[in-house]
Design a protein around this ligand. Structure first.
Ligand SMILES: Nc1ncnc2c1ncn2[C@@H]1O[C@H](COP(=O)(O)OP(=O)(O)OP(=O)(O)O)[C@@H](O)[C@H]1O
Ligand SMILES: [Mg+2]
Length: 338
């Protein structure tokens, strides 16, 4: 036991974490530092090792190598202390399907040590805060995916943990439910809880996280603020389709000028694609793209369709692995334009 105050120092300090399942090194030397009071995003595809890493940090799995501390407490030697500081919302919810939402929250509140009365009060607050009042008396098996996810998060913050692990909190949710979950996460952080969030979506990490680690095959392949990460992979691409292919050459000039980017003429004679750098954030790219559109309109060039794509997770990975293989080609690969 250390005599350090439970919430001093970084929320998480992990060095060289390893977990093997047979011959599979699911987590292969992960380092992470998460400052207290922030949202930290762990971004990676299926099987990257996100859940396994989270489980080790939450004391549910014992590391085979490396060390991790949560608010200064070792996750193996001081597992009980760590357990008292963290809460985990998993991909696999701990809710009882046959109980109502309200009953689940009261039961789980009792399990985290609240009195019956306090558990009821807390359940009421949570149902209110998570817009589940109407559904409170319904069995969880009849909840939608979004309702269930909200209830699951509510259940994990009944006792306001110092550190909350959210393992893919919005996978499979529709855009509206995702937004609700994001709002909830922001509210939780505003109350002082540190959040480690895993996700497969770059935009989710972008919305919520101050820093992001990209993991693949059990390793951290990039880490930084979202600005740093985006700058390292370049930005998305602007794609547009003109009404009149005769105007394409002029449109190409306008785009090249306003986007300060290389413009590609697609095989489709109506279409152009340009890569834009984010500069100092998305707005930079979006602003320049809208200036380019305005200039096209001024010149009487009609644009039928337009899109400004964010770098996808695929593009991040391509860019990152590209860079490792060949330092000269740091570029984001384009999909063949249709
Ligand atoms: N209990 C286990 N026994 C054996 N292999 C496991 C176990 N848990 C995870 N793995 C393997 O470890 C690797 C990492 O899995 P993990 O669940 O951590 O990935 P993930 O990044 O959370 O993926 P997803 O996005 O699909 O949830 C995978 O190859 C997985 O098959
Ligand atoms: Mg997982």
């Amino acid at each position: 036991m250390t005599d350090r105050a439970p919430t001093s120092g970084p929320a998480i300090e992990a060095v060289g974490l390893v977990k093997t399942f047979g011959a599979n090194r699911a987590v292969d030397g992960v380092d992470l530092t998460v400052e207290a009071g922030t949202v930290y995003g762990v971004l990676g595809p299926n099987g990257a090792g996100k859940t396994t890493s989270v489980k080790m940090l939450a004391t549910l799995l014992r590391p085979d190598g490396g060390e991790a501390r949560v608010f200064g407490h070792d996750v193996v030697r001081e597992a009980d202390t760590v357990r008292g500081l963290v809460s985990l919302t998993g991909q696999y919810a701990s809710l009882d399907e046959d109980l109502t939402g309200q009953e689940n929250l009261v039961l789980l509140g009792r399990l985290v040590g609240l009195t019956k009365r306090a558990a009821r009060a807390r359940a009421g607050q949570m149902l209110e805060a998570f817009s589940l009042v109407e559904a409170a008396g319904r069995q969880v098996k009849n909840y939608s995916g979004g309702m269930r996810r909200r209830l699951d998060i509510a259940a994990s913050i009944l006792n306001t943990p110092a550190l909350l692990f959210l393992d893919e909190p919005t996978t499979g949710l529709d855009p509206r439910s995702r937004n609700q979950v994001w709002e909830i996460v922001r509210a939780i952080v505003a109350q002082g809880t540190t959040v480690l969030l895993t996700t497969q979506y770059l935009d989710e990490a972008d919305q919520l996280a101050a820093r992001i680690a990209v993991i693949d095959k059990g390793r951290v392949i990039a880490e930084g603020t979202k600005g740093e990460l985006k700058a390292s992979v370049g930005a998305g691409s602007v794609h547009l389709r003109l009404r009149d292919p005769e105007q394409r050459a002029e449109a190409e000039q306008v785009l090249a000028l306003h986007l300060a980017a290389e413009v590609q003429l697609d095989p489709d004679p109506f279409a152009l694609t340009a890569r834009v750098d984010n500069g100092d954030g998305d707005r930079g790219a979006a602003e320049r793209a809208s200036q380019a559109l305005a200039e096209l309109a001024r010149r009487g060039i009609t644009v039928d369709t337009f899109s400004l794509g964010q770098p996808s997770l695929d593009e991040v990975f391509l860019a990152l692995t590209d860079r490792k293989a060949d330092p000269a080609s740091a570029g984001v690969k384009e999909e063949a334009a249709a």
